[in-house]
Write a protein that binds this ligand. Structure first.
Ligand code: IMP
Length: 422
């Protein structure tokens, strides 16, 4: 596998957890490179369901080593809870998990600030404190994971940061955070996490030099990227492939492949433009067929047809050489399936993504309609086993977004994914 970066090419929730889980069978090292516990990667192993928010899904494979990279913002309680959850389900973590000393920390006051800002301008965040923690990082007032190993320094920095937040809360009639009362809990979490903290740039590059297989796992998706996404309705990190370099500690010259994960249709949670959204009964039907409810917040996801215009742009920005199409089976019963091949804005037809959010909300999608296949694909294990109309749909999608399809997934189980060789 060499060095592979895997990203979501839509609005997140593309089913990355499942694809990563399948790919980690061949990965020695799995690295998360951005985001925090806003992510929710769901993996089914037999009857057992695992939802991971911070720890790379590779942890479910006994031989994989997992890294939480410098590009993340890490809630110490979220991480200890996740370790407990995994160990409670019999997953041995031992020394297979490392936390970059350069990652930033999310504290309770970040969550309060997230909620406060949502009240002012709703982005529909996960309210996990992600935006405020990244704002501290970029504003050079953040607290990094290395401080988990130095309780005295951590306490001083934590209390000082909480005090600054409390000043803002008090001025705006928001309940302040009792940081002194919080400290013992934070101190206990820090003591548990301290042994995981290290310079993961060395881990990553030593593995690379030793010829191991590395998988960089993205969270969220292209259209939530802080630079390329539908700003300001985005998350606060670089969810695109370049983020693997800045947030995972791998130089661009070592990246061999970029896998882009896309659902066979589109979903989005939270506010913001979604050109192919289906409202009313059609959207509800897709949501129920695909069980489209957020893994982190349980929110119903907005659903719509596959958008090949944003898909093509996403392939371009990420350098996707291989698409993994998920949830193909959700379309099994449809008599006709639409795919958006162009946008119209104020009567003008375009096939590239506008950068102005005001334009995005004016988009009228232009659809190609294809006949459905109306037969189950859940047990299909090869390209040749797919109904002809399903093959035609995937071929059309691939041509529109200008990327090859490398794998198709037709259900939540590990076995329900097959590779396409040409
Ligand atoms: P935040 O990352 O919690 O600040 O949320 C910002 C936006 O990103 C909101 O629209 C969220 O719904 C969305 N978002 C964050 N994480 C995920 C995810 O893992 N999947 C899908 N959407 C997400």
């Amino acid at each position: 596998m060499a060095v592979t970066v895997l990203v979501g090419v839509q609005w997140g929730d593309e089913g990355k957890g499942k694809i990563i889980d399948v790919m980690t069978e061949q990965a020695d090292l799995v690295v998360r490179f951005q985001g925090g516990n806003n992510a929710g990667h769901t993996v089914y192993i037999g009857e057992e369901k695992f939802v991971l928010h911070l720890i790379p899904s590779g942890i479910l494979r006994p031989d994989s080593v997992c890294v939480i990279g410098n590009g993340l913002v890490v809630n110490p309680y979220g991480l200890t809870d996740e370790i407990d959850m995994l160990e409670g389900k019999g997953i041995e973590i031992g020394d297979r998990l490392q936390l970059s000393s350069r990652a930033h920390l999310v504290f309770p006051h970040h969550l309060v600030m997230d909620g406060f800002r949502e009240g002012k301008q709703s982005i529909g965040t996960t309210r996990r404190g992600i935006g405020p923690a990244y704002a501290d990082k970029v504003g050079r007032t953040g607290v990094r994971a290395v401080n988990l190993t130095k309780p005295d320094v951590l306490k001083e920095k934590f209390l000082a940061q909480a005090e600054q937040y409390n000043t803002i809360f008090a001025a705006n009639g928001v309940d302040t955070v009792d940081a002194e009362a919080e400290w013992p809990k934070l101190e206990a979490a820090a003591a548990r996490l301290a042994p995981l903290v290290m310079d993961t740039v060395l881990t990553v590059n030593n593995a690379r030099k030793a010829g191991q297989s590395l998988l960089f796992e993205g969270a969220q998706g292209m259209w939530l990227d802080i630079d390329y996404g539908t700003y300001p309705y985005v998350t606060s990190s670089n969810t695109t492939a370049g983020g693997a370099c800045t947030g995972g500690g791998i130089a661009p010259r070592w990246v061999d492949h970029v896998v882009g994960v896309a659902k066979a249709y589109c979903t989005r949670v939270g506010e913001g433009p979604f050109p192919t959204e289906l409202l009313g009964a059609a959207g509800d039907a897709l949501r129920e067929a695909g069980k489209e409810y957020g893994a982190t917040t349980g929110r119903p996801r907005r659903c719509g047809w596959f958008d090949a215009v944003s898909g093509k742009y996403s392939v371009l920005v990420n350098g996707v050489d291989n698409l993994a199409i998920t949830k193909m089976d959700v379309l099994d019963d449809m008599a006709a399936i639409k795919i958006c091949s162009a946008y119209e804005i104020d009567g003008e037809r375009i096939t590239d993504m506008p950068s102005d959010t005001a334009d995005l909300s004016k988009i009228v999608p232009v659809y190609d309609e294809l006949p459905g296949w109306q037969s189950p694909t859940t047990h299909v294990t090869s390209w040749d086993g797919l109904p002809v109309n399903a093959q035609n749909y995937l071929r059309h999608l691939s041509e529109l977004v200008e990327a090859d399809i490398g794998s198709v997934s037709t259900g939540p189980e590990r076995a329900q994914t097959f590779l396409i060789n040409g």
